[in-house]
Ligand binder design. Structure first.
Ligand SMILES: Cc1ncc(COP(=O)(O)O)c(C=O)c1O
Length: 388
């Protein structure tokens, strides 16, 4: 077992060792982390819905009425009426014929990709896709071709050469999780149509955040009805847990029969499902929550840019601040934490070597005072470490 020690020592030496920070309070804009009062500037709880009184009430009522666990997989004894209500709600929200809920976003990607592609198929995947897409591709046993980030010319070349495959699947993040930029969806839709490929988009960071109705990247680009497979999570802006695939009735029926991560896992518990269903109603009825999120993102991003920080993308509430070196990035995160701001460093293997960054996300529930305090911390830390 010497390899354990050696491997851990290697990680430490290369600033790649990971540890857990302990949340001592909820996912609120101001919280307590490792015993210290902090402004939370890195949560995917974009709309602050984990704290919303209506979601909390729905979860409490679900426990009282339905108990604490689902007791079985969806195909055995775990298919509560609540699950079906949630799936109908998601389909309505996404304007698709149907939807299917998985226990996590990770499992939704794994289950859908492995069900849709196999031997003799080709998957075309953006180089910056999320790990759950990468793992789904690997597990599928399909041939995988990675195209450079958002490079639709390179993708078209690959599609032109893609003869003799049973199926072709193009897969991309809608909002890239570590870069905060958007997939070139209009062109991807054209290419999928031209080369008769399936198009799958991961809206983990877009659900509830992007688009006129907050319904994701298809809503944002006015491409509703044009994307075959829309994946999303219930764990980020929706404020609960789980993942979904939305699409045609046939697609969802097929996944119910073929997606192993759906079939072979106990269904999500009632409280989680009820909170998610309520979240979609709250999102639809309160567009101002989303407007606050975007206003906060604009305010913080503009303040950081004025200080001279290099911001990698400006298209979502994810604000990646480029540092480069992994060690320096971790020092920056540490300094920010001592100044009362929690915004962790992101290093390889999550991002390519030499592109380490502080990944800031804002929430709709941050006040201007929270953001101003965060900006002062960034000013002090950046100057002390010679970053700005
Ligand atoms: C782009 C993307 N896809 C999928 C997932 C997985 O979702 P979940 O956390 O619900 O498993 C995440 C985040 O965790 C993500 O950022």
């Amino acid at each position: 077992m010497n390899f354990l020690e050696e491997e851990l020592a290697y990680l430490q030496e290369h600033h790649l060792y990971r540890w857990l920070n302990r949340m001592d309070d909820s996912q609120a804009a101001r919280t307590v982390i490792n015993g210290k009062q902090s402004i939370l500037l890195s949560s995917n709880n974009y709309l602050g819905l984990t704290e919303h009184p209506e979601l909390k009430a729905a979860a409490r009522q679900a426990v009282t009425r339905w108990g604490t666990g689902a007791g079985g997989s969806r195909l055995t004894t775990g298919n509560l009426r609540l699950h079906e209500e949630l799936e109908n709600t998601i389909a309505r929200f996404k304007r698709t014929e149907a939807a299917i809920v998985f226990n996590t976003g990770y499992m939704a990607n794994l289950g859908a990709i492995t069900a849709l592609a196999g031997k003799n198929d080709l998957i075309l995947s953006d180089e910056l896709n999320h790990a759950s897409i990468i793992d789904g591709c690997r597990l599928s046993r399909a041939e995988i071709k990675i195209f450079p980030h958002k490079d639709t010319r390179a993708l078209e070349k690959l599609l032109q050469q893609a003869q003799g495959y049973r199926r072709r699947l193009i897969v991309t993040d809608g909002v890239f999780s570590m870069d905060g930029d958007l997939a070139p969806l209009p062109r991807l839709v054209e290419l999928a149509e031209k080369y008769r490929a399936l198009l799958m988009v991961d809206d983990a960071h877009a659900t509830g955040v992007l688009g006129y109705r907050g319904a994701g990247t298809a809503d944002h680009f006015n491409l509703e009805g044009k994307i075959h497979i829309q994946m999303g999570t219930l764990s980020k802006a929706v404020g609960s847990a789980g993942g979904y695939i939305a699409g045609s009735r046939k697609l969802i029926d097929y996944l119910r029969n073929k997606a192993r991560s759906f079939i072979f896992s106990t269904a999500l518990p009632p409280a989680v499902i009820a909170a998610a269903t309520t979240a979609f109603r709250v999102i639809e009825e309160n567009p101002q929550i989303r407007e606050n999120l975007w206003a906060n993102a604009r305010y913080l991003r503009s303040g950081l840019k004025q200080m001279g920080y290099s911001i990698l993308a400006e298209e979502s509430p994810i604000i990646p601040i480029f540092i480069g070196d992994a060690g320096k990035t971790m020092k920056m995160a540490e300094k920010l934490f001592t100044l009362g701001v929690f915004a962790p460093g992101i290093r390889p293997p999550t991002v390519p070597p030499g592109t380490s960054r502080i990944r800031v996300t804002v929430m709709a529930t941050h006040t201007r005072e929270d953001l101003d305090r965060a900006l002062s911390a960034f000013m002090q830390a950046g100057k002390e470490l010679g970053i700005i």
